[in-house]
Design a protein around this ligand. Structure first.
Ligand SMILES: Nc1ncnc2c1ncn2[C@@H]1O[C@H](COP(=O)(O)OP(=O)(O)OP(=O)(O)O)[C@@H](O)[C@H]1O
Ligand SMILES: [Mg+2]
Length: 602
């Protein structure tokens, strides 16, 4: 038996230490940790663990433990950590949780509430002490110590039993602080994010700043925003992230929102269902198994994945990772859902703005082309008549001057120049679509195969020519001569752009133009189209040049080299076929023209 004096001394020391340390603990969890460590060190016990319940009180789990100064009993902790006990009375922590009464089990070996009999025996632990920490008649934690079954242990157990409930006020305070802190952090993030949403004009910087705020202000360990893609793999693209991303983020690069995809993920589920999903405990949640180890390495203990919803359509997710188990309670979840709604609104607002600008720009462009077309058509029409008259009279003079070869030669020059002018005028008429053309059913692939030989002739030697044609038939209603002309004009431009050599590729495919295509491109009509792309590796064009290329007589080529009519003819031909022509080019990085022609509907 211990001396009365030393027992009292120990009690006082422990009480003093514990109250001092716990009163200054930064949170509830740290307080529990201190309680375990100090008690074990003072009493000489080798193992202690603290159980808390999930926010919904549907299970309890170990939140912290002491397993010897040098981790001697770590195995015991690792083994039990794997379990989350439901609200059950058949385990020791569950029993104490339910009964709200402390319990000293003297002979563990003969008590069925122990699931770790073999391990407990291995470490020669014979008895256990379980103490509930109660606030307002609610258990908020259960602390359990293991010890040998000596007389001294029993006395110590009684001492600890009397002592720990005295710390209740401190625990209460910390517990309340924890809850407040969580609600506060979500609120602060919400407020700051709302401030920038109305100010940012660039989407990627907006999303990036949102993640930064979540980490810097909210104290979440990591935050990321990923958007749903409409490609064939239904992939999920991570747009931005902040915080402890480490190696974790690297293994998220080929996520999918397709149900059956092997990399179908938590975010994928949220995208499919449009519902928030919480992983309360990364280490035990089966849904999170593929990402568990990497997540734990970065210190993520729980995760919330929030859907970003725009007009009832889930466009992506906002994921937050916390360093505590079960970090997201109902209040915080509601606030974060509000945050996700605001983020989605921000994205939509910027999208609509950009779409509007694009559509406006396209509208202006086509109005301008229409006006130029009208003007060109008027001039061309009159010129056509004048030229016909000039050429007619020249031919008469030519015939009458059989004996005067010198004058005849001059007249021939007039006729030749007039013919050139006539071709130009015809081109202008093609641009303004003022001639009638005959249309017939034709297969785009076949047309390209047939005209390839001619196209190759337009290219200088050091340019390679390649076609990549789809297996599918691409039947359209078209004018063979006009379409050949279109390809020749594009190829001849590509040739001019690749003075130092390069490669030219003509490809075909079939595409579906839908509402989202129209929104992102600013042009189009819904339906199926044949797509011809003409891609070169030439010098490319700047934004300013691209804006003007389809106008008649716009050229960057020196006088005598180009008239600037090639692309305006191409434009007219595509319009004549009820199609669309688009271009993507960057200075120094080559050019690709896209031609969409409506497919015949079977
Ligand atoms: N593939 C291309 N790469 C780089 N620039 C191009 C390309 N295609 C067209 N351009 C630019 O667009 C301008 C207009 O082209 P367009 O075919 O209408 O006229 P042009 O080639 O200059 O003259 P023309 O075709 O009448 O002989 C060109 O001068 C050039 O600046
Ligand atoms: Mg040209």
């Amino acid at each position: 038996m211990l001396e009365k004096e030393s027992m009292l001394e120990m009690e006082l020391k422990l009480l003093k230490n514990l109250s001092l340390l716990i009163a200054n603990a930064k949170d509830f969890n740290t307080a529990l940790d201190i309680c375990l460590t100090e008690t074990c060190k003072t009493t000489g016990w080798s193992y202690g663990e603290a159980w808390v319940s999930s926010k919904d009180k549907d299970y309890i789990y170990i939140t912290t433990s002491y397993y010897g100064e040098h981790g001697e009993l770590r195995e015991l902790y690792e083994e039990i950590k794997k379990f989350n006990f439901g609200p059950t009375t058949t385990t020791l922590p569950g029993y104490v949780w339910q009964t709200k009464q402390p319990l000293l089990v003297k002979e563990i070996a003969s008590d069925s509430r122990f699931v770790r009999q073999d391990l407990v025996a291995k470490y020669n632990l014979k008895s256990a002490l379980a103490i509930p920490i109660i606030i307002n008649n609610d258990v908020i934690a259960v602390i359990i110590f293991f010890m040998s079954n000596t007389q001294r242990d029993e006395e110590l157990a009684n001492l600890v039993l009397a002592l720990i409930p005295q710390l209740g006020v401190f625990f209460n305070q910390l517990h309340m602080n924890d809850r407040l802190r969580k609600t506060n952090r979500a609120l602060k993030v919400l407020r700051e994010v709302n401030q920038i949403i109305t100010k940012e004009t660039d989407e990627s910087s907006l999303l990036n700043n949102i993640c930064k705020i979540a980490v810097d202000t909210g104290g979440y360990r990591m935050a990321l925003i990923a958007l749903k893609q409409h490609d064939k793999h239904k992939s999920i693209k991570i747009i931005t992230s902040a915080g402890f991303t480490g190696d974790y983020i690297k293994q998220l690069n080929d996520l999918s929102w397709a149900e059956s995809h092997p990399k179908s993920s938590l975010s994928g589920k949220v995208i499919r269902t449009g519902k928030t999903h919480i992983i309360k405990d990364v280490s035990s949640d089966q849904d999170f198994l593929p990402w568990r180890d990497a997540a734990l390495k970065e210190g993520f203990q729980s995760v919330i994945s929030l859907p970003l919803i725009v007009n009832k359509d889930v466009i992506g997710v906002l994921n937050m990772y916390a360093s505590e188990i079960d970090a997201f309670d109902t209040e915080e979840k509601i606030l974060l859902e509000e945050l996700a709604n605001d983020v989605a609104y921000g994205i939509m607002f910027l999208h609509t703005k950009i779409e509007k600008e694009k559509i406006q720009e396209q509208l202006l462009q086509s109005q301008k082309m229409e006006a130029i077309g009208q003007l060109a058509a008027g001039v061309a029409h009159d010129f056509n008549n004048f030229l016909t008259a000039i050429m007619g009279y020249c031919n008469i003079i030519y015939d009458r001057l059989k004996d005067n070869q010198e004058v005849r030669y001059h007249i021939q020059q007039v006729i030749d120049a007039s013919e050139k002018a006539l071709t130009l005028v015809q081109s202008l008429l093609t641009f303004s679509r003022k001639q009638t053309v005959e249309l017939s059913q034709l297969d785009i692939n076949q047309l390209i195969i047939n005209v390839s030989r001619l196209l190759k002739k337009l290219l200088t030697k050091h340019i390679t020519f390649k076609t990549v044609l789809t297996d599918k038939q691409l039947m359209i209603l078209g004018n063979k001569n006009q379409l050949e002309q279109l390809l020749m004009n594009l190829v001849s431009n590509a040739n001019d752009a690749m003075t130092d050599g390069g490669s030219l590729t003509i490809s075909t495919s079939s595409v579906e133009i839908d509402e989202s295509f129209i929104k992102t491109h600013g042009f189009g009509k819904t339906g199926r189209f044949a797509l011809i792309t003409v891609e070169d590796t030439g010098m490319g064009m700047s934004e300013d040049i691209i804006k003007k290329i389809f106008e008649p007589f716009f050229t960057t080529k020196p006088i005598g080299k180009g008239t600037g009519i090639g692309l305006s003819v191409a434009y007219g031909i595509v319009k004549q076929h009820n199609g669309y022509i688009d271009v993507i080019s960057e200075h120094g990085k080559g050019t690709t023209f896209y031609i969409y022609l409506p497919l015949i509907v079977e």
